[in-house]
Design a binder for this molecule. Structure first.
Ligand code: NDP
Length: 434
């Protein structure tokens, strides 16, 4: 804390992991002898830089760019870029730290990184987004590359932004460096199913967890927060597997549609027209719109899938969900539940799928995109989806097995943290004190 003052999100992420590692640390003194934890919490590198750009009125604006290269013990740094006004060093470090363990869980050779900017893409023209992205990449390109560090999207960074970022990297560095970014459009080196991967993967993971507990998505009532990339495809897959999604949100408010949300309307409004979720009720008058997105958890549901942002389920909302009979919570977003909320779910016997495991499908398919780029091949949607399904099943199994082995059977939070940690820690030991 003294070394990283005023970084509450980073402290929260570290605290959550350290608490669950106690059983493995007690069993394996070598990790403490070799200061694995002390090394893990210190990023290999944190880069910050100025991002000047010109808005449509000719006014020069300045944002701050970040890239944290947290840990490269098992592969090149890998993790998304977030463009959101709330971005600061604490947020980037929490995301980068989580990414180390998540990436290890996927079974692929990718290290942990994250980046972004406090730039707000909302209400910006395409031209402004492009000029910002070009300026951002003009500096970032010094630090990334297909074998060094491979960014992707996150909040506020979707296909449009990745396209502009890739174009600028290519222009500066030359050649066709397809593997430098993932989440690219299909036309220029992207992977089938990358757009769907995080949301689909989260639902595959939750489905495994439900099955093991003799529950099913079929006929269940689901609430999904957010209406961005992760939320949309979590809704789509949940519906395909027989669930009814009754509510979703954006940062301004949420919609409730008792008949089941029309996901294609949400997709069009958000992906194509870039409008607010409130517009949904104009097309579907039976639905209701409420301001204040944080209150979405007041709607009774069987399964809650927080897919918007960090700390969206606090103690109060966790108690509300439990009182309303929630059976399972699956984290599509990164750290959407506070530590207190997680404890409440676990005490109440609510099945809990932690972000690190449940939302790893996005980065897993990003690694498959890198593999396809290296081989100059493109796999079909069905092939990538089948691999994603298998990877999510493996992550579930590994997490359950680690939880069992370290005396916390069924505790996926502890299991995922230990399983991811063990891979990275062993690689760090093998590579010596660096
Ligand atoms: P998007 O930008 O596509 O969507 C984010 C959604 O969450 C939007 O509906 C947005 O509303 C809402 N939101 C954002 N910030 C807030 C806030 N402070 N309060 C309330 N709502 C908010 O991002 P993604 O779907 O890609 O990411 C969502 C989450 O999933 C993040 O935690 C991200 O780190 C995580 N994640 C994403 C992966 C991916 O592959 N994209 C992979 C793994 C994790 P509005 O439009 O109003 O801003």
């Amino acid at each position: 804390v003294a070394r990283n003052p005023q970084e509450p999100e980073f402290h929260q992420a570290v605290k959550e992991i350290l608490a669950s590692l106690l059983p493995i640390l007690a069993a394996e003194p070598k990790y403490q002898d070799q200061a694995i934890l002390e090394r893990l919490v210190e990023p290999e590198r944190l880069i910050t830089f100025r991002v000047p750009w010109t808005d449509d009125h000719g006014k020069v604006r300045v944002n701050r760019g970040y890239r944290v290269q947290f840990n490269s013990s098992i592969g090149p740094y890998k993790g998304g870029l977030r463009f959101h006004p709330s971005v600061n060093a604490s947020i980037i470090k929490f995301l980068g730290f989580e990414q180390i363990f998540k990436n290890a869980l996927t079974g692929q050779h990718i290290g942990g990184g994250k980046g972004g900017s406090d730039f707000d893409p909302k209400d910006k023209s395409d031209g402004e987004i492009m000029r910002f992205a070009q300026s951002f990449m003009t500096e970032l390109q010094n630090y990334i590359g297909p074998d060094e560090d491979v960014p992707a999207g996150d909040i506020g960074v979707g296909a449009r932004e990745i396209g502009y970022l890739f174009g600028q990297y290519k222009r500066i560095r030359g050649g066709y460096p397809a593997g430098v970014l993932t989440g690219k459009g299909i036309l220029y080196g992207g992977s089938q199913a990358r757009t769907e991967a995080t949301g689909y993967g989260a639902v595959y993971f939750v489905n495994e967890m439900l099955k093991e507990n003799h529950l099913s998505l079929q006929g269940s009532r689901i609430i999904v927060s957010g209406s961005g990339n992760v939320a949309i495809y979590a809704m789509q897959k949940a519906e395909q597997l027989g669930a009814k999604v009754v509510a979703c949100s954006d940062s301004a408010g949420y919609i409730y549609d008792e008949n089941g949300i029309h996901i294609n309307t949400v997709r069009r409004l958000k992906e194509v027209e870039r409008k607010r979720i409130s517009e949904y009720v104009k097309e579907h008058p039976q639905a209701v719109y409420f301001q204040n997105s944080t209150q979405i958890w007041r709607i009774p549901c069987d399964i809650a899938l927080p897919c918007a942002t960090q700390n969206e389920i606090d103690e109060v909302m966790a108690r509300t969900l439990i009182a309303n009979g929630v059976k399972a919570v699956g984290e599509g977003a990164n750290m959407p539940s506070t530590i207190e909320a997680i404890h409440l779910f676990q005490e109440a016997g609510v099945l809990f799928a932690p972000a690190k495991a449940a939302n790893a499908g996005g980065v897993a398919v990003s690694a498959l995109e890198m593999a396809q780029n290296s081989m100059r091949l493109s796999w079909s949607f069905a092939e990538v989806d089948a691999k994603l399904h298998e990877i999510m099943g493996n992550i579930y199994r590994q997490s359950m097995d680690a939880a069992q082995q370290y005396g916390q059977p069924g505790n996926l939070l502890v299991g995922a943290n230990i399983a991811g940690f063990r891979i990275v820690a062993e690689a760090m030991l093998a590579e010596g004190v660096i």
